[in-house]
Design a protein around this ligand. Structure first.
Ligand code: AMP
Ligand code: MG
Length: 400
């Protein structure tokens, strides 16, 4: 059996980067992977501007108080300011450009306006630069603001807009085909009534949703019975259009598990037993140009192996650098008296009182995952008492 880290290393070394790009508007770019470095051609802000509504002054005019001045002009946001005459101040609003001969803004709360003379008295002294947002303080011309391989967040899209970028080059979406297997499974879209002996297929829609979250294009989502011929046929069909084929179930060693045999017939197979609970067996391979990943069928095993193994493969195909998933070391609020023979990811919630575990950790219990907001890692041969620290992996961070 190989370790989780060994499995990820092997997977990454077997997976190429697709290196296919397209140019899209930034308004459609959420979650997409940048295929270029973005270098700013402007300063942001482009000029010094006011951080406050108030009065813009020359601090060299401030000698001994009282500091009472006539108002020589009004500068709204968006206007082009002119230098102000010596011994005067100007009314200014937030976001308006600072006149070239001024160096500070006094907020209006610290000013008193005489209604008769319309002169303004500054109640507090200010220092040069106060309440001014300096030219280029956010972004300087020539700065690389976002790098190739980065996934675009809503904030990044705002940042791109702030330097006037309307379109970006991004990696093309990875095209994925999903195939679930099993004679016992039916889809509720085919029949709401559950016939005897059957269960509803939960993993097909779950994997579809996981792939959408990982910003892939699901090009087909198929279910097939436990049948060698259908398996070989479907794998071959999918390999003509998919970059990645993910199957679910039928990957262990029972007489009804056909995925490995089928893969050997139509492609290349690597089969690994990974030292991991849940989700020991995974099948890796290639069919024509498509990468193949065979996940175990138990819903929790499918989910966990998708997170641990499919996501790194997808990121590599997308041309992103590999980053180990981030975790926090947090105290558990439960005990574990019987040590495990394999490292285990358990379904947990992060609470103010520490890490709480779902009471039933069986790999068939999908509710444990729906309830959880994180997976906690329990190394093999570990006993735990309440308060002891455990590595906790928030689910959302796997998708970074
Ligand atoms: P397998 O890996 O095919 O041996 O399946 C292991 C367990 O997971 C069995 O109890 C299956 O019924 C169940 N299972 C497999 N595929 C799915 C699926 N798509 N949805 C729900 N349960 C599944
Ligand atoms: Mg099966």
């Amino acid at each position: 059996m190989i370790s989780i880290e060994q499995a990820v290393d092997k997977l990454l070394s077997l997976t190429p980067s697709l290196d296919q790009h397209e140019q899209i508007p930034i308004t459609s770019a959420l979650g997409r992977i940048l295929a270029e470095n973005i270098i700013s051609t402007i300063d942001v802000p482009p000029q010094n501007n006011s951080a406050m509504d108030g009065y813009v002054i020359r601090t060299s005019d401030l000698e001994n108080p009282p500091w009472t001045f006539p108002v020589s002009s009004v500068i709204p946001a968006g206007a082009i300011p002119h230098a102000i005459p010596a011994g005067s101040i100007a009314r200014i609003f937030t976001g308006a450009e600072i006149p070239e001969n001024c160096d500070a803004v006094v907020m209006q709360e610290n000013c008193e306006v005489d209604p008769n003379s319309e002169k303004v008295t500054l109640l507090k002294p200010v220092t040069p630069g106060e309440n001014i947002r300096a030219k280029g303080q956010d972004i300087a011309k020539g700065d690389t603001i976002l790098g190739k391989g980065q996934q675009l967040s809503p904030q990044d899209i705002g940042l791109l807009a702030s330097i006037g970028v309307t379109h970006v080059h991004v990696a093309q979406k990875v095209r994925v085909a999903i195939i679930t297997t099993g004679d016992e499974l039916i889809s509720a879209t085919d029949s709401h009534l559950l016939p005897p002996g059957k269960i509803f297929n939960s993993n097909l829609p779950m994997l579809q949703a996981l792939l959408e979250k990982a910003n892939c294009e699901v090009i087909s989502a198929l279910h097939i019975p436990d049948n060698l011929q259908q398996t070989t046929h479907t794998l071959t069909e999918c390999s003509h259009t998919a970059d990645l084929i993910i199957s679910c179930g039928g990957v262990s060693v029972g007489e009804k598990d056909f995925v490995k045999d089928a893969l050997e017939q139509v492609g290349e197979l690597d089969f690994w037993k990974v030292k991991l609970k849940p989700g020991k067996p995974i099948a890796i391979g290639k069919i024509n140009q498509a990468r193949f990943l065979g996940l175990p069928g138990n819903p929790v095993s499918s989910f966990v192996t998708f997170i641990l193994f499919a996501l790194p493969v997808i990121k590599k195909l997308q041309g992103r650098p590999y980053k180990a998933p981030r975790y926090f070391t947090l105290p558990c609020n439960f005990s574990l008296s019987s040590p495990r023979t394999r490292p285990e990811f358990i379904r947990v919630q992060m609470t103010e009182n520490g890490i709480e575990q779902f009471p039933n950790q069986s790999s068939g219990v999908l509710r444990s995952l729906s309830w959880a907001d994180a997976l906690a890692f329990i190394p093999e041969e570990t006993r735990l008492s309440p308060g002891e620290p455990i590595k906790t992996y928030p689910l959302s961070l796997f998708f970074e």
